[in-house]
Design a protein around this ligand. Structure first.
Ligand code: AGP
Length: 586
């Protein structure tokens, strides 16, 4: 959940600056504190709590540096708990992503050997372990041995100031190496070095990598044996990872959906055909994911049911008790923007273990889930920098809509419907819609509770709508299936309680409007998000009438409302408190 970035043999000899700029691009992975160690024969270290975006530091000229942005798990948010952590002799610097589950036992042994600890983190143990191992081993062996002593899913990077070398090991948390012109990068994902190279090596679990001035070597940290390097080219442009004149990544990515949703109709056609065939052969279909991605699978369940296809879906964190139902006749479909979410990876490994055919629906390139899967849908939404997922959600949902259509023999019609969304979105997702939602946000910015109702396909739509408001504005917003109202929820309604009603012109229309009437009768303020006017609505944000696909535009209203409520309440829309873009620990 943290961000790691290092450079070795910086051709501009400004390694500190290079790492600082790179960490700013990784900040969505954690923004409690940050730190950088520059190798200027002796380690020059700067560590600070808070966001890095405004940071300015006078670094000594150097060719090698290592940095970290932190999402605190062990040890509070403080300067001494910020990474990197050093050994007693201040010769090596360690940054870490993950949780060392046996850190207390290891620490007790090291304290008994007179090692002095300065922080409350699990990470600092690693620096002292390596220092202890260096008494009898080479730097590489000392790092690999220390990594073998750790329990839990971890990724580490270690800078040795004596040799200007960075060694890194992976078991669980993501790592990628960038191969530049005689300069070498190590990072948690590709965004920090995209401007300098697109030639990458994705590090697998069990691999260790040595970055030195003379080049990069890959090893197996369990056996110490050398391994062959497999390079890939990333097709992302640096511009994609910039705001393009928008004040925040979130609003930029919301508006990008005019392009990212329709373009899914040209993607994954081979994969869609393969999966549709497997579904038609009555293989069982189970899906799992977390957060927004889970709501995507929930909405997909309705698209599939509408075509007579039964699919079960689980929050990945609750899938294991049901994994035993997987077998060789099971298609296990995992949805994940990052492809690195720990609970989703665990569910995927378990389903695969049971013999299931694993399908991954991912956005970020080269992820662990992508490499684990038997069939991969890359939804092509481009870099999603804002922590709050938007364009990845709609691109993943459009991809699954196309699978349902193909399985029902309507593949071509389905692609045409998704392609036609380009025109609809270009006419609707415009300034005047944003103005309407800004006016609406102004009436809600002081509210502490907001409820969202949906029925059938608009129930997962309502869940995603509520999540967007929670994540960006910190307002308690809760979604319910409208049928749940009379079974308890309606007790929450009082005078002027804001209650959104997400609807489409479908068979659920009558029921959802009568639920709206019941809430209105108790004094609730009904805000309709629908392609039609209704007397039950006190306010209406009218959305295009595009049948089943109306859920896409209804959710986009929630994305925009979340954004403007967040801005209105002074929150950082791109980096909401307590959250991180990819949750790589359970
Ligand atoms: C969504 O806005 C959140 N960032 C979060 O719920 C996210 O969807 C969840 O953590 C799953 O992430 P993934 O898609 O990368 O697996």
């Amino acid at each position: 959940m943290c961000g790691i970035f290092a450079i070795v043999n910086d051709q501009k000899s400004q390694a500190g600056i290079t790492v600082l700029q790179g960490l700013k691009k990784l900040e969505y992975r954690g923004y409690d504190s940050w730190g950088i160690a520059v190798d200027n024969k002796k380690l020059f270290v700067v560590k600070q709590i808070g966001k890095i975006s405004q940071a300015k530091v006078n670094f000594p000229s150097a060719k090698t540096a290592l940095g970290h942005t932190r999402w605190a798990t062990h040890g509070g948010v403080s300067n001494e708990n910020a990474h990197p952590h050093l050994d007693c002799q201040k010769k090596i610097a360690v940054v870490h992503n993950g949780i060392v589950e046996n850190h207390q036992q290891l620490k007790n042994k090291l304290v008994a050997k007179d090692h002095h600890f300065l922080s409350q983190t699990d990470t600092e143990v690693i620096a002292h372990l390596i220092e202890e191992n260096l008494k009898t081993k080479s730097f590489k062996q000392a790092v690999f041995t220390a990594f073998r002593q750790l329990r839990g899913s971890n990724a580490i990077a270690v800078l040795d100031s004596q040799t200007e070398t960075v060694i890194s090991c992976r078991y669980g948390s993501p790592l990628v190496v960038g191969l530049g012109q005689q300069e070498y990068f190590l990072a948690s994902d590709v965004t920090p070095f995209l401007a300098r190279t697109k030639k990458v090596v994705f590090i697998e679990d069990g691999q260790g990598v040595v970055l030195a001035n003379k080049g990069v070597e890959l090893y197996n940290w369990r056996t110490g044996k050398k391994e062959k390097i497999k390079t890939e080219i990333v097709d992302w442009q640096i511009e994609d990872a910039q705001k393009n004149g928008q004040p925040h990544f979130l609003i930029k990515e919301i508006l990008e959906q005019k392009k990212t949703i329709p373009q899914t109709s040209n993607l994954n056609q081979k994969q869609t055909k393969i999966l549709a065939e497997k579904i038609k052969k009555n293989n069982k279909l189970v899906m799992f994911a977390c957060g927004t991605a889970y709501y995507c699978t929930l909405a997909a369940q309705y698209f599939l049911a509408d075509k007579g296809i039964e699919a079960k879906t689980y929050g990945a964190y609750e899938f294991l008790p049901f994994a035993s139902f997987c077998d060789q006749q099971t298609i296990a479909l995992a949805v994940s923007q990052s492809g690195e979410t720990a609970d989703t990876l665990e569910a995927a490994k378990k389903a695969k273990e049971k013999g299931a055919f694993l399908v991954a629906v991912v956005n970020a390139p080269g992820s662990t889930l992508e490499r684990l899967a038997d069939l991969v849908f890359k939804v092509g939404a481009g870099p999603e920098i804002a922590v709050v997922s938007t364009k990845a959600f709609t691109a993943q949902l459009a991809s699954l809509y196309l699978v349902a259509q193909a399985a029902a023999g309507r593949g071509r019609k389905g692609r045409k419907e998704i392609k036609q969304l380009a025109g609809v979105l270009n006419n609707w997702l415009k300034k005047d819609l944003q103005q309407k939602i800004i006016q609406l946000a102004k009436t809600l910015v002081d509210k502490e509770d907001i409820y969202i109702l949906g029925k059938n396909l608009n129930y997962p739509g309502a869940l995603e709508f509520a999540l967007k408001i929670k994540e960006t504005s910190y307002i308690h917003s809760e979604a319910f299936a409208s049928g749940e109202l009379k079974h308890g929820v309606i007790s929450l309604i009082q005078k002027d309680t804001p209650c959104f009603v997400l609807a489409a012109d479908d068979r659920a229309k009558t029921d959802i409007l009568s639920s709206a009437a019941e809430v209105k009768a108790r004094g609730g303020r009904i805000i309709g998000i629908a392609p039609f006017k209704a007397k039950e609505f006190n306010d209406l944000i009218q959305t295009p009438d595009i049948g089943q696909l109306t859920v896409f535009v209804n959710v986009i209203v929630g994305q925009l409302l979340g954004y403007y409520l967040g801005v209105g309440r002074g929150a950082d829309p791109d980096k909401p408190r307590n959250l991180a873009k990819s949750v790589t620990v359970k």
